[in-house]
Design a protein around this ligand. Structure first.
Ligand code: NAP
Length: 474
């Protein structure tokens, strides 16, 4: 894939970039290695000062970087601004909390004594250079949610961003440099996916984190496994959205629209399968379909736009195949079902797809098991909670899940039984710096955000002192 900015709203190529050559990659790996040796010795206060400066700069840049993101991957510009603000918030959160999250852990005195130690504890130390292979869909957020904890822990970052967001990728390197992080602490590598293997195998790279598709995750994990390097994988999702009779159906339907079409429907944690109890199915289906039909599709740089184009022509073709397969096998289209018309001559070459609701889904349809990465919802009718949970779990993915109910027993059963990295009640899944984020099954492993996220790339070091005194060493 060429490294280029191609505007998804009209297909126009705006900028192209040459991929780094071997010598340039070598220089960057060396810079990361050199930077780590010094940066690992800095204290939390120093790191927090730099990260807070980066957050302040990002706040100042919000208009420009939002337009860049929108132009590179098509998200509505108002959502791009919100993404930048969320990144600044996460930077400040890790700046404020990293020290307590990585504080030494002291086992109970009895256990210390039992181990024969006069003193023993666990210290979290950084691992080194972490390679981040990142997707285009939240081009700032995906990177910051790795970079903020990694840098606060004393690691250094190497970013291999998706090939269609090179300007956002370069912006991030510049942002951390402008904030004062030493050269080599955070570098962008403009390379294609073919270069990932040799970089990951390099002895100067300690670990990798990948957010993206299952094939990409499998490849990076197997190379890292071969090299015995730690990985975090954040892969696809097909999150269920359960609506039970006790729910506020009007609010559930309104929220469902946002949960499905956020980021033009290209979010791993978007609700994708709507599983509705028969008692409230008709009301929910009616309200949801009206909401989806009423969305404004158009130029993502316009403030009034709810849904912009998909990020690539291939992405739209993949979505079309899934919908066409379902319709051919008997699914019913409640709204949408194809490309929108009447967008005007300026957008006619853009990669738009109309918000779509499908019902009558059967297990033989590809859409039943595959991820729909665009504004397409599947709607299922069920007779009770057991059937709803079984259907929700009938997926290779297990990222998050959403449940609308006011019944405490139903809620308890959902927490116990849903196979997912999160269960969100009476709302929609969203990430927050203080809450762990990640999945099970083919959605990946490991966690980002919170204390779990910052400890993924730390060496939990056992420090054990025998009876001989060693003074006031800490
Ligand atoms: P993708 O094709 O896997 O690309 C993601 C990143 O991986 C890009 O930087 C890409 O580089 C690189 N890549 C692709 N194939 C690779 C390989 N074989 N070896 C090494 N690197 C490789 O995914 P996408 O289509 O951009 O993103 C959509 C997917 O990401 C969806 O499945 C979505 O659910 C998932 N996602 C998951 C999360 C989460 O947190 N769980 C969040 C967002 C997105 P190039 O661009 O150069 O190909």
């Amino acid at each position: 894939m060429p490294i280029a900015t191609v505007n998804p709203a009209n297909g126009e190529t705006l900028r192209t970039f040459d991929a780094l050559g071997e010598a340039e990659i070598e220089q960057k790996l060396d810079a990361a290695d050199t930077a780590f040796r010094q940066y690992r010795t800095t204290g939390f206060d120093e790191r927090a000062g730099l990260l807070n400066l980066a957050a302040g700069l990002l706040d100042e840049d919000v208009q420009d970087i939002a337009r860049t993101m929108t132009t590179e991957m098509g998200k509505p510009v108002k959502a791009a601004r919100a993404e930048a603000a969320k990144c600044a918030k996460a930077m400040r959160w890790y700046a404020a909390h990293a020290e307590e999250l990585l504080a030494d852990e002291h086992p109970p005195a009895d256990d210390v004594q039992d181990s024969g130690a006069s003193r023993a504890f666990v210290r979290y130390r950084p691992l080194g250079a972490v390679l981040a292979v990142m997707p285009w869909n939240f081009p700032l957020w995906q990177v910051v949610r790795f970079a903020a904890p990694a840098l606060m822990a004393g690691n250094v970052g190497l970013l291999k961003h998706a090939s269609n967001v090179p300007q956002t990728a370069m912006y991030l390197e510049g942002l951390f440099r402008r904030a004062g992080f030493p050269a080599g602490c955070f570098q962008t590598l403009l390379v294609g996916s073919g270069a990932v293997e040799s970089i990951l195998r390099d002895r100067r790279v300690a670990a990798a984190t990948l957010t993206g598709s299952e094939p990409a995750g499998r490849s990076v994990a197997s190379i890292a496994g071969d090299e015995v390097k730690r990985t975090v994988l954040e892969l696809g999702g097909s999150d269920p959205y359960l609506v039970m009779p006790s729910a506020d159906v009007a609010r559930a339907a309104r929220t469902a629209v946002t949960a499905r079409v956020q980021n033009n429907g290209q979010s791993c944690i978007a609700a994708k399968r709507f599983i509705v109890h028969t008692e409230v199915y008709d009301e929910f289906a009616e309200r949801f379909t009206v909401g989806m039909r009423g969305l404004t599709v158009g130029d993502p740089l316009q403030e009034s736009t709810d849904v912009g184009p998909l990020s690539s022509e291939q992405g739209r073709a993949d979505l079309e195949e899934l919908v066409d397969d379902a319709v051919r096998k008997g699914a019913r289209v409640l709204c949408g079902g194809g490309r929108p018309d009447d967008l005007g001559p300026e957008l006619e070459r853009g990669w738009f797809y109309a918000p779509t609701v499908l019902t009558g889904i059967t297990t033989g349809m590809r859409i039943h098991r595959e991820e729909t990465f665009g504004p397409v919802a599947t709607l299922y009718r069920v007779e009770g909670l057991d059937e709803a949970v079984a259907l929700a779990n009938d997926s290779p993915f297990g990222l998050s899940s959403n449940v609308w109910t006011r019944d405490a027993d139903e809620a308890r059963r959902c927490v116990r039984d849903l196979e997912a990295g999160g269960v969100f009640f009476n709302g929609m899944t969203a990430s927050h710096p203080a809450l762990p984020f990640g999945g099970v099954k083919r959605s990946g492993y490991g966690r980002e955000l919170s204390g779990h996220g910052i400890r993924e790339f730390c060496n939990a070091t056992t420090v054990w002192y025998g009876p001989d005194p060693v003074g006031a060493t800490s």
